[in-house]
Ligand binder design. Sequence first.
Ligand SMILES: [Zn+2]
Ligand SMILES: [Zn+2]
Length: 336
Amino acid sequence: MKAAVLVEVGKELVVQERDIPRLGEGDLLVKVELCGVCTSDLMALRGEVTDYSPPVVMGHEIAAIVVESRNPDVKAGLKLTVNPMVTCGECLYCGRDQGKYCERRYGFGHDIDGGYAEYMLIPGEAVRAGCLIEAPEDMPPEELIFVEPLGCCLNAWRETEFRETLAVLGAGPIGMIFAALGRRSGLYVSVFEPLPHRRGWASGVADAVFDVSDEEVERFWDEVGGADTVILATNAPESIELAFKVARRGAFINFFGLFPKGNELRMELEEMHFKGFRFVASWAFSKWSLNAARDELASGSLSFKRLLTHILPLDRINEAFELVERREGMKVAVRP
Ligand SMILES: [Zn+2]
Ligand SMILES: [Zn+2]
């Protein structure tokens, strides 16, 4: 089978010919139908993040079908996505459904082989840890790959406080999901985005769309009057300053985007005190949020497959990453 391997952090992926994984007791073999490309993967290729253990097959936004099972609880033919974090289930954090802080955690596409391959092994340990997220048979893979990104957004949503106005910084796929959640909650949603084509996408969802210039920030204050909540759905360092330019006093600011290592938040503390800002950095998902995301997408109460603008074959995976890098289109995925 073909698999796209992160051989070394900071380098391109290498498409290799590999043996189909052999199953042990309790394991599953799945055929990957589609796998979304995530910005965090791109950051690993650039050497900007440190949480990957190469050599490893990347890919954690997976839509797959079980083709062979050596686990009595799972039948071949099951359609699924995975919770890409395998956790111990016993520690303090696992008990709080914060498996992302589990010290024994390891990840599909990070530490064990993930979805940029024709087939993927799901170890029995991951099945026992509750990593399978079953999907209804009629759920298209183009929707199923959004369970993980939506799961991250629903987790962040639960960790954030809202009043009337929400500013979303960045109109990539994640920004679009946040904008949709905001509209659904009855908030007045403003999106800030430097790229014209992405502002076009945002204007179909948000109440108001702005570029990131000072004139536009001024127009935002005139027309909207500031943001009670700001979500940074981007990791562009300029967005940190923008967040404070658009925030009302007492605003809740969620640093959702994963910034490349080395960026800092600097703040004059008297000003922070009197402005009463509240900060949170939401990342990843919880078991609750992934299941909630699956339920929302399965029932059709939310749908994001229209954001999937590019599907490339696996051997063109580096082109897929270039599309993400250039921020062309919206969501990019590979079909092994
Ligand atoms: Zn992701
Ligand atoms: Zn744990």
